[in-house]
Ligand binder design. Structure first.
Ligand code: PLP
Length: 835
């Protein structure tokens, strides 16, 4: 087996993106005069302050019921559950600013801002902080409002729960703050396809008497590597003088005012944090300089209406310093900083997302995302899919997917038989998307026709005598291009059950597909590639409790149901799930019929919606599967019209949360670039979407669950003849694989095998005369007869038989019966440049 299980970057990567929580307090109703909380200082950390008064300023200025009476020693304890600690601090009359091992904490008399990066568990610290701040029963303060915000994580699956998914974070935040006046509100601003996203949660109302403020946050990824060199720890780089020099040299000093009190730190081996405070205003900068996952944030907060910050100029200045590929800017508050409205970003950036949102309790939030040509279409998860829309690269240039380790890249030519219509933008391993690619070693071949030539060479070179496969990832790639061209509105979620090979999965992940999983093992196999839980549909309409628990644990939300019993199970094990009603919509001529087992009948639709509503479950859409190996497009026409009826039924019941249509699998496989398989069915699907969902297509997500389409034609099976016999005029041969191995597809998938000899021995290469032939599999069972009536030339032991188009429902259902290992055959990966 050539596949190995390492990915390019050390796992886990360091996640620079911060979780930011701001909590505002106000005096508790009827609270009288309160004593200053007075806590001993036991911390080991030292202030960096160069001024003598700074250390004592907090206690000196703390007012009755002030959070600032909590000293750093106690803060250290309170921060323990979040898994960070205080490195140093600085204070002024309004604020104590702590530099943390992971980002920063700012404490005012009646508010705090806690920002933590990496895999920290920020929310775990909150109950302790609230308990302490509210001083138990003797509460002099009360929480007025809370705001949580963050950009998209690079690797959400590496975050601790609930940070794997925003919906889970929201439910955890509601647990902490949902009781505040007006309850909790959650918003996701930006573009889901490119991960240019900003997440905001708020609860409560502005504290009484607090003036208007706003916050500007700039987050950047793909930093200029040259600039990042400043932030590697050198000997003595943590002396105050060294850090002052660093600030000047790297230009960060220009972002600060003369009266700012500054505290900064260079981490070993690399990384940098800075807090700067003036009056109430704060600036905080955090830099993760490592190549492959570089990230920096610059926040400026507590701006008042009279502050004259020109946001456009400030962001331009920040971007010019860091040279990032992507820039995300979020302004939140009671008013927006000057020049915020429609600003652009000079220096080759284009705007990739722009969203404005009224935010309960905070006025508004405006989000802008910019990208350079290099960073534009690429985003983790769906970036390559976005890339397929074209823009970042020359259409005909090769697409490099792997592999840094071996120095041997795999190149995907974007040429299709029709010309250069594909522009997948996977370029080199430093692209974030390449995190998806498992280290499979693949060889480039000229065209898919060269697969047998490649196999013959391998047989000779390695003296092979047992079953093996050749997987052509180039074919998978071209099929994705065809899909994008013919069904541009439908995002494919590859059905893992069809062929869970890691090379196939990681190629598809890199190309931006989502995944349809139906078990814990399948889900884990895609999450371990770095696929995000929100790129998964758990399309098993009847799940085991352990599956649901695992879904919940990993933050995977989307799943199908078609019975009341499933709804009760979801309610019990994963009540936050996003439920999709699977309806029955059969193609009666499909090769594998599914409707006998799955899919709600039409009469069951309304009662199921009603039950979901009664249980408080969130229903988000409708799905169907016309049957695997469907025979024609008309089943899709009927199914989409039935789905429309379900959307209408939901509306009649007052359920207005449906925004997903899942058109399932059932697409043909076969050879070629996918055009033949998809053309007619795509025309019907597009027509039906327009007819039945035309008005909703702006907000409706349409996905599909193709399996066979992507993997069937890409995989060729090679078996070796190791026994023979002649009975009358019939030739009988024993092959190294059979019905208990990959050929189980004859039984379970109703496959029609197309064997042909692979001529290697020159003596036999002219023996083309056909004879009645029987092919046996290798096990001791008489049933293990692959084909009884096939015409083939005469063969000898050591000859090879090729079975093309063997990628769908073959290895995935094979067994090791008789100790003959058919589940894990040898696999060679190739990338053909064209069909
Ligand atoms: C729920 C579900 N989705 C998707 C698929 C994939 O179907 P196909 O390989 O026909 O595209 C299957 C196959 O059985 C399935 O059961």
């Amino acid at each position: 087996m050539v596949t190995e299980n390492n990915s390019f970057y050390p796992q886990p990567i360091f996640e620079g993106a911060e979780k930011r929580l701001e909590v505002d307090f106000e005096p508790a109703p009827l609270s009288g005069v309160h004593e200053v909380m007075d806590v001993e200082c036991h911390g080991a950390a030292q202030p960096h302050s160069d001024s003598e008064d700074s250390q004592s300023s907090s206690s000196a200025t703390a007012v009755a019921g002030s959070l600032r009476a909590i000293k750093h020693g106690e803060w250290n304890k309170l921060l323990e559950p979040a898994q960070c600690s205080i490195v140093s601090w600085e204070s002024n009359a309004s604020c104590d600013a702590y530099l943390l091992s992971e980002s920063s904490l700012f404490v005012y008399d009646r508010s705090l801002v806690l920002k933590t990066c990496g895999r920290t568990k920020i929310l775990d610290a909150i109950p302790g902080i609230l308990e302490r701040a509210l001083d138990g029963q003797r509460s002099s303060l009360t929480v007025a409002r809370a705001r949580y915000s963050r950009s998209a994580f690079k690797c959400p699956e590496q975050q601790p729960v609930p940070h794997t998914d925003f919906a889970l974070e929201v439910s955890a935040l509601n647990g902490l703050f949902g009781h505040l006046e007006g309850g909790g509100h959650a918003y996701v601003l930006g573009d889901q396809c490119t991960d240019a996203l900003w997440h905001v949660y708020t609860a409560g109302a502005p504290p009484k008497g607090r003036g208007s403020t706003s916050t500007l946050e700039v987050c950047m990824t793909g930093l200029d590597p040259k600039y990042c060199e400043y932030f590697a720890c050198k000997s003595d780089s943590n002396s105050p003088a060294q850090r002052a020099c660093l600030r000047l040299e790297c230009g960060l000093a220009k972002l600060l005012g003369k009266q700012d009190r500054v505290d900064d730190y260079v981490f070993d081996p690399c990384g940098y944090s800075m807090n700067a405070i003036r009056d109430e205003r704060l600036v905080t900068i955090h830099i993760t300089p490592e190549e492959g996952f570089s990230y920096a944030s610059v926040e400026i907060s507590n701006l008042g209406p009279k502050d004259t910050l020109d946001a456009s100029e400030f962001v331009g200045h920040v971007a010019a310093l860091f040279g990032p590929q992507r820039v995300y800017v979020a302004a939140t508050g009671d008013f927006l900083p000057a020049q915020y409205g429609g600003f652009g970003l000079a220096g080759g950036y284009s705007s990739v997302s722009c969203a404005d949102q009224r935010v309960a309790g905070y006025g508004s939030c405006s989000f802008r995302a910019f990208a350079t040509g290099q960073g534009g279409p690429l985003a983790r998860g769906s970036g390559a899919l976005a890339g397929l829309k074209g823009s970042a690269r020359e259409p005909s240039s090769p697409v490099t997917v792997l592999s840094k380790e071996r120095g041997a890249s795999v190149e995907f030519s974007s040429s299709t038989s029709e010309g250069n219509d594909g522009t997948a933008a996977i370029r080199d391993p430093s692209d974030v998307d390449s995190l998806f690619i498992k280290r499979v070693s693949a060889e480039t071949i000229e065209s898919s026709c060269c697969v047998e030539e490649f196999a013959a060479a391998k047989i000779k070179q390695l003296s092979l005598e047992d079953t093996f496969y050749v997987f052509d990832l180039g074919n998978v790639y071209r099929r994705m291009l065809t899909w994008k061209r013919l069904l541009p509105r439908v995002r494919p979620f590859y059905a893992v059950k069809c062929n869970p090979d890691p090379g196939v999965l990681s190629t598809l992940a890199a190309l931006g597909t989502g995944f349809d999983c139906a078990s814990e093992v399948e889900l884990q196999s895609v999450l371990s590639l770095g696929v995000r839980p929100d790129s998964v549909v758990y399309a098993n309409a009847c799940k085991r409790p352990s599956d649901l628990r695992h879904m919940k644990h990993t933050g995977t939300l989307l799943t199908t149901f078609d019975s009341e019993s499933e709804l009760y199970k979801i309610k019990q094990y994963h009540p936050e799930a996003s439920c999709v009603l699977r309806i029955r919509a059969d193609d009666p001529n499909a090769r594998c019929f599914l409707g006998n087992k799955y899919g709600a009948e039409q009469r069951e639709v309304e009662p199921l919606f009603a039950k979901a509503a009664e249980l408080g479950l969130r229903v988000v859409g409708v799905s169907f599967h016309v049957g695997s190996g469907a025979s024609g497009p008309e089943a899709f026409r009927m199914a989409i019209s039935l789905a429309r009826g379900c959307f209408d039924a939901a509306s009649r019941l007052g359920i207005n949360t449906l925004n997903l249509l899942d058109i399932g699998g059932g697409f043909s496989g076969g050879s070629g670039d996918g055009r033949e398989a998809l053309e007619s069915v795509a025309a019907v699907i597009n027509e039906s979407l327009d007819e039945h969902f035309g008005a909703d297509l702006g907000t409706l997500r349409v996905i599909a669950e193709p399996g066979r389409y992507f993997s069937e034609g890409a995989c060729t099976l090679f078996t070796c003849v190791y026994g023979k016999r002649q009975r009358e005029n019939r030739q009988e041969y024993w092959l190294t694989d059979g019905l208990y191995g990959s050929m189980n597809c004859v039984i379970y998938d109703h496959a029609e095998l197309k064997p042909r000899p692979l001529w290697i021995r020159s003596a036999n290469s002219s023996a083309t005369e056909g004879h009645p032939t029987t092919l046996f599999g290798p096990t001791c069972d008489g049933l293990d007869t692959v084909l009884k009536e096939v015409t083939m030339p005469k063969m000898e032991n050591g000859d090879w038989v090729v079975f093309p188009e063997m990628g769908a429902y073959t290895i995935s259902a094979a067994s090791n019966f008789n100790g003959i290992s058919a589940c894990d055959p040898q696999i060679f990966y190739v990338v053909s440049k064209r069909e």
